[in-house]
Design a protein around this ligand. Sequence first.
Ligand code: B4P
Length: 185
Amino acid sequence: MLKIVLLGAPGSGKGTQSEKLVAEFGVPQISTGDLLRSAVSNQTELGKKAKSAMDAGELVSDDIVVGMIRERLAEDDTENGFILDGFPRSLDQAKALDSLLDEMNRPLQGVVHIKVDNEEIVQRLMARGRSDDNEETIRNRLKVYQDQTQPLVKFYEDKGLLTAVAGVGEIDDIYARIKAALPAG
Ligand code: B4P
């Protein structure tokens, strides 16, 4: 059973580390970024609404993202847990997640904050080269992170749920730190 959030700036390695957790713990990774990109490429109504925000490095509206998470958490494969990657990204999203998990009687076990400095992030994302990985959009994503997502550090600290790990170095070394930071049970 693992019910956690991976918190971190864009490019901090949330997706990379989630894949390793999925392989070891057998619980699904729920990435709002992946869900949104799939909606965009399938040209669904939701995808059409999300595209311009994503291209600009802004957050997609809470209504859309929270609705997506509600549906995804209702699927059977989340019974033994989940890794939330890229959600929540704002205080309103975090509060919505709390109510959702309360309703389902599945409290969050912990939040792992992967810390990486901005210059390293810009370098990593420029090297990845996804369509939203150009310098202007990356700088905006970092600003949005600072303004809207960073407050979640205190929010989860106050609940006693947060552990920070250094996100720079070899991927396997970071993974070992994350495993050491996982909540018991
Ligand atoms: P995401 O898909 O979440 O994009 P991200 O934060 O850039 O990805 P991630 O952090 O997982 O990247 P990773 O470190 O794995 O979001 C994209 C957009 O979707 C957002 O801008 C927003 O518009 C929208 N969105 C998503 N969720 C939302 C929400 N909840 N609310 C509103 N809008 C939302 O990888 C980065 C690169 O670093 C990779 O190339 C990887 O190989 C490399 N890397 C990883 N670890 C490394 C290491 N240790 N050393 C060197 N390189 C490393």
